[in-house]
Write a protein that binds this ligand. Structure first.
Ligand code: ZN
Length: 439
């Protein structure tokens, strides 16, 4: 197998792209999934009546100018193109060769940028997290980010959320966001940047009795105004956890973030019930992440929010629980059964989840959280899009949305989580351009 990462579509010969020859196209149309609808992938299949994947009524996807223009049986798609005055003969063609097509995967929770790995945990604890990142130059962070973004792309990921939070001082936090902005502009993987100044209490504050409170004041008074001025971050995140930042401190930071134009999201109840789920519901956060140990009240708050026009997406990170060797996982099955929209992310980070492989997380969600393959796929497409504020433009294959899609070496969506850790992404399309092709 050869793997080619192509420049942003410049060799496509035109803005039109037609994907045909698929056994199944998973569209995920119909908006945010919650409850029973999370199990509906809105798939179009090439059955015998359609003549199989090479037949005239096999499912196809057409894109023009970076957007989806038609999805459906091939004859209807080409008729639609003619009606729009577009010549299908001049479209670049991607032959799915009997594979499956899905929206590009979205990883809604990563810590993309860090310096150094954590094999030597003890040495790092002695130095205090943040030291390595403070020493890393923008060039070093950029090279690291580029290396892992390319790997994520190879797994079919076209958009990620990525957090600052390894600097814990204003200068390094700004540098991390700056690099995220550059990497996102370069593409092809799109990046939604999040400010996570309240990731941990820096070492120099930890020994002071009022250290956490002093650092919270620093995040609010010094970091947030600088982050707003820089204008790169879209979200403000907090590590709301017993012994780190309390729900009350998290609320103050997230409310200050809102005043600075940053939408709230949070690390909630990862290790112990800490009021994080309750706070997410109260603030109308876009996403509450981890949720491995929510309280009964926290679950009830998420269920109530799920019935509102702006539900909190529960972004679950099962690779982290696995890597930490935890017995307890997030209650993914219960959340879906009670109507809470669920998304899945890698939590890519050096300490607790060093994996860039989102399809692997899909498998873990089926094995450990008891999600169905369709529920897990919705969790990394349309629901993940909502979890990063892109729910109206990304995460589904329907006319008007950005043309991000993946051709998989799999005949149906049920095959995807079956192969544990395999590389099944064959062709990746971002903004209507082929950006990766295997074989
Ligand atoms: Zn995280």
């Amino acid at each position: 197998m050869t793997l080619r990462v192509l420049p942003g579509g410049r060799d496509q010969g035109g803005p039109g792209l037609l994907v045909r020859g698929a056994a199944e196209v998973v569209t995920m149309t119909g908006g945010l999934r919650r409850g029973a609808s999370q199990d509906d992938p809105a798939a179009i299949t090439a059955d015998a009546s359609s003549g199989g994947p090479t037949g005239p009524r096999a499912p196809a996807v057409a894109a023009w100018g970076g957007r989806i223009v038609a999805v459906g049986p091939l004859d209807e798609v080409t008729a639609r193109l003619s009606a729009e005055g577009l010549d299908a003969e001049r479209f670049a063609v991607v032959d799915a060769r009997g594979g499956m097509v899905t929206p590009g995967l979205i990883d809604p929770h990563t810590h993309l940028l860090f310096a150094g790995t954590r094999e030597g945990e003890l040495r790092l604890r002695q130095r205090g997290a943040g030291d390595l990142e403070r020493a890393a130059s923008a060039e070093q962070l950029h090279a690291h980010g580029r290396r892992w973004l390319d790997e994520m792309l190879g797994h079919g990921v076209t958009t990620i959320e990525a957090k600052s939070g390894y600097g814990l001082d204003v200068e390094t936090e700004l540098r991390l966001l700056e690099v995220l902005g550059v990497l996102g502009d370069e593409g092809p993987v799109e990046i939604v940047p999040t400010f996570l100044g309240a990731h941990a209490v820096p070492a120099e504050y930890r020994d002071r009795p009022d250290g956490t409170e002093a650092y919270v004041r620093r995040v609010i008074g010094e970091q947030l105004p600088a982050i707003e001025l820089q204008g790169i971050a879209r979200f403000c995140d907090v590590f709301c956890e017993r012994g780190v930042f309390s729900a009350e401190q998290s609320r103050r930071i997230l409310e200050a973030g809102i005043r600075h134009g940053l939408a709230p999201r949070l690390h909630a109840d990862e290790l112990a019930p800490s009021g994080g789920a309750e706070l997410a519901a109260e603030l109308g956060a876009v996403s509450a992440d981890h949720l491995a140990a929510p309280s009964r009240e926290g679950m009830a708050a998420l269920v109530r929010a799920a019935g509102s026009p702006h539900p909190v997406v529960a972004t679950l990170l099962p690779a982290t629980s696995l890597y930490l060797m935890k017995e307890r996982d997030a209650p993914g099955r219960t959340l879906i059964d009670r109507g809470v929209p669920v998304a899945l992310g890698t939590d890519f980070n050096p300490g607790t989840s060093p994996t860039p492989n989102l399809p692997l997380v899909l498998s873990l969600a089926c094995l450990r959280l008891k999600l169905t393959p369709a529920e897990a796929l919705a969790a990394v497409t349309i629901n993940a899009a909502h979890a990063v504020g892109l729910g109206e433009t990304h995460g589904a294959l329907e006319p008007g949305r950005v043309a991000d899609l993946v051709v998989w070496d799999a005949s149906s969506h049920e095959v995807l989580p079956y192969w544990l850790g395999a590389d099944l992404a064959r062709v990746v399309v971002k903004g209507g351009a082929v950006v990766l092709a295997r074989g």
